[in-house]
Design a protein around this ligand. Structure first.
Ligand code: PMP
Length: 415
């Protein structure tokens, strides 16, 4: 059994766990082990309290009122924009657009940028590692514009085939859309290199940062990304909120995504003029309270330090990977050179759903299925995997519990 009361890499895990009420419960009579963090991670008290405080003290619609609550609400909302700007090192706060999440951010770019800049015969390159939300919006716009979607192949270890990507690039390539880290396998992609190669071919690049945001340092200027998308709920923040970062000159050239209040300067039946960025892309009343609480999540990550979080998670990943490899008949899917804290695997002769269900009976929450990456599952000729993914509040002791539960369940199927 490993040490539970760890002070790992200068962070005190027990003190962190105390900030997450949801972790301290029994599920099916067993202490909860929550290893489904890549789907959504849990929320600290500071986030829960920020949400509560907003509705108890400050709630009002933003940007239009002159009364005190409207001003407080607007300030808190715009403070989150500034916090996101600093978090990803964007040049200006106006380059941050609030959305429902990564999915909506990608749809915004595909619809708005795609409708204006894609033409018949153009090509969009995604990768074989993408979540459906970074495939389907491109297929939809490609269909509409007579463009083509091509995919960078995935190597056996879960890395992208970069020489093959180089061969896919051509004068027809107008957009390259890849994730920073894979939700299914954990692969960290060489996004800086991908962006450089795409730019050299004259293409724009969108990075899906859904799985990178709570683990990796993000610097959109150093990366020279044209667009970057992320979701608050994968970084200890609320569901239903995310952002799209876009370079100012690109956002200014793009038509609105949706029409409505807030996104206009003037409306008349002779014509309508649109607001400046970011408001041009924020039609209607946004998810104010959750945006406000998102700042508490960013503060939580910043206070712990991303390097410390990443070091702790890397330790958990290597500890779990080593223990999993000792189990007979278990195959790890995806052993890329660089990974975030996600480990996917299959067990010979046992369906992943059966394993997942039995693990739940033992209080262990893992993900089973295709993880919204069906082309990737096809690539490995599997239907799905069992996926364990770790956040900063997870411990080696929980991994011990998970491994013991897994061995027990496998014994049930293969006595
Ligand atoms: N991309 C990746 C890599 C993801 O992991 C996810 C969420 N599983 C998404 C996109 C979609 O994010 P959301 O559902 O928050 O819009």
């Amino acid at each position: 059994m490993s040490d539970t009361s760890v002070v790992s890499n200068s962070i005190d895990i027990e003190a962190i766990r105390a900030q997450f009420p949801i972790l301290h419960q029994q599920v099916n009579g067993k202490p909860l082990v929550y290893f489904d963090n890549a789907a959504t991670n849990q929320k600290p008290l500071s986030v829960i309290n920020a949400l509560k405080h907003h509705y108890e003290a400050d709630n009002a619609n933003i940007h239009r009122g002159i009364h005190t609550l409207a001003e407080r609400s607007t300030t808190a909302f715009e403070d989150t924009r500034k916090a996101v700007q600093a978090f990803i090192n964007a040049n200006e706060a106006e380059e941050i657009i609030f959305t429902k999440g990564t999915t909506e951010s990608i749809n915004l770019v595909a619809s708005s940028w795609g409708r204006k800049f894609l033409n018949e015969g153009d090509e969009i390159i995604v990768s074989g590692l993408e979540h459906h939300s970074n495939i389907v919006p491109w297929q939809l716009i490609a269909e509409e514009k007579g463009a083509k979607v091509k995919a960078i192949p995935v190597l056996e270890n879960g890395d992208l085939d970069i020489p093959a990507f180089s061969n896919l690039l051509s004068d027809q390539t107008k957009m390259v859309a890849v994730n920073h880290a894979s939700n299914s396998l954990g692969t960290i992609n060489p996004v800086r290199e991908i962006i450089e190669m795409a730019h050299a071919a004259g293409a724009k690049v969108l990075i899906d940062g859904a799985q990178a945001s709570s683990h990796l340092i993000i610097d959109v200027q150093a990366l020279n990304a044209d667009f970057y998308a992320l979701s608050a709920h994968k970084m200890y923040g609320p569901t239903g909120v995310g952002i799209l970062y876009g370079k100012r000159d690109l956002l200014e050239k793009m038509p609105p995504y949706q029409g409505g209040g807030e996104m206009i300067k003037e409306v008349s039946f002779d014509g309508t003029s649109f607001n400046d960025i970011p408001y041009k892309f924020e039609a209607g009343t946004p998810n104010i309270a959750d945006v406000v609480a998102f700042k508490a999540a960013i503060d939580f990550i910043n206070e712990l330090g991303k390097e410390n979080i990443a070091a702790h998670e890397a330790e958990l990943l290597s500890y779990a990977t080593k223990a999993l490899k000792e189990i007979e008949g278990l195959k790890i899917v995806g052993e890329a050179q660089e990974k975030v804290s996600v480990v996917s695997f299959t067990v010979e002769d046992i369906h992943h759903f059966d394993l997942g269900m039995w693990m739940d009976a033992k209080g262990v929450a893992v993900r089973t299925g295709h993880h919204c990456t069906q082309p990737l599952m096809d690539r490995f000729c599997i239907e799905g995997t069992i996926r364990a993914s770790f956040s900063v509040y997870n411990t080696k002791a929980e991994i011990d519990t998970f491994i013991a539960a897994l061995k027990d369940v496998i014994k049930k199927f293969k006595p």
